[in-house]
Design a protein around this ligand. Structure first.
Ligand code: FES
Length: 137
């Protein structure tokens, strides 16, 4: 897998997302609760763009009439027909063994920690004041 710098962390606000083209793939990167998740921007049902999906909580019921919310913002609800997916791994909520969205590893690294390329150019002093989101495809 190659590493691709797709955004600075400040480009994707908490609760927001950014669609990026990585090696010809339409990928959406979400920022939820301080973490970043990268998924193919296409619902496996009929292809809805997941950038428009609602980021909802996991809802469970330990007993009738009692509801508990957890993992707030980590569940995706497709905008077209409401299929739900776990943002951490792309698995569907209703059939996790057979239906999922392709997910990609994400890392956040400081700009001064990124790998240097093979080319050399004249350089100038630079101050790093932000971090970047890196997606592996
Ligand atoms: S296209 Fe996503 S649920 Fe139908």
């Amino acid at each position: 897998m190659a590493r691709h710098i797709v955004a600075s962390t400040s480009e994707i606000p908490p609760g927001g997302n950014k669609v990026v083209d990585v090696a010809g793939r339409d990928i959406v990167v979400f920022h939820v609760n301080g973490e970043f998740f990268a998924l193919l921007n296409r619902c496996p049902h009929e292809g809805a763009p997941l950038e428009k999906a609602a980021c909802v909580a996991r809802l469970t019921s330990p007993e009738p009439g009692v509801y508990e919310r957890s993992r707030v913002g980590e569940m995706l609800r497709c905008p077209w027909h409401g299929w739900e997916f776990d943002m951490r791994n792309g698995q569907s909520w209703f059939d996790p063994k057979r239906v999922k969205i392709r997910s990609y590893p994400v890392a956040v690294e400081r700009g001064d920690e990124l790998e240097k390329g093979p080319y050399v150019a004249e350089t100038f002093p630079v101050h790093v004041e932000d971090s970047y989101v890196i997606v592996e495809v």
